[in-house]
Write a protein that binds this ligand. Structure first.
Ligand SMILES: Nc1nc2c(ncn2[C@@H]2O[C@H](COP(=O)(O)OP(=O)(O)OP(=O)(O)O)[C@@H](O)[C@H]2O)c(=O)[nH]1
Length: 122
């Protein structure tokens, strides 16, 4: 996992495999210990189209996500379910850029400026 300087991390488990939920917890631990301090964590319980054979109850995922302050969404990469919601959830958690940090942090301030084109010639 590469996370240096990341604003957010999506950690995916398979709702039909309890093992994958245990593995997810190990990744969360790793991120908490070695990841950026304010990284936004999002948990995606993938394969929600297979909920008839689920091993991980949604409540377990929600309780765990709440305990670590993470976003949680059940997704289906196969059927394109909740993918947009996942990224919208993440974007709501990421703080806006601080224009005073590191110069202008790469951001460009948009506004009216006098340009050649706007000057009158006669
Ligand atoms: N039903 C279903 N299958 C999926 C979904 N996402 C991925 N798969 C299938 O799961 C298998 C593994 O997908 P990968 O993208 O290789 O995921 P992986 O984490 O590398 O592999 P696994 O640990 O085996 O799931 C492939 O057969 C995918 O088609 C999903 O949302 N629903």
């Amino acid at each position: 996992m590469y996370y240096r300087g990341s604003a957010a991390a999506v950690i995916v488990y398979d709702i039909t495999k309890q093992d994958s939920f245990h593995t997810l917890k190990k990744w969360v631990k790793e991120l908490k210990e070695h990841g950026p301090e304010n990284i936004v964590m999002a948990i995606a319980g993938n394969k929600c189209d297979l909920s008839d054979i689920r091993e991980v109850p949604l409540k377990d995922a929600k309780d765990y996500a709440e305990s670590i302050g993470a976003v949680v969404v059940e997704t289906s990469a196969k059927n394109a379910i909740n993918i947009e919601e996942l990224f919208q959830g993440i974007s709501r958690q990421i703080p806006p850029l601080d224009p005073h940090e590191n110069g202008n942090n790469g951001a460009i301030k948009l506004g009216k400026q006098a340009t050649q084109a706007s000057r009158r010639c006669c």
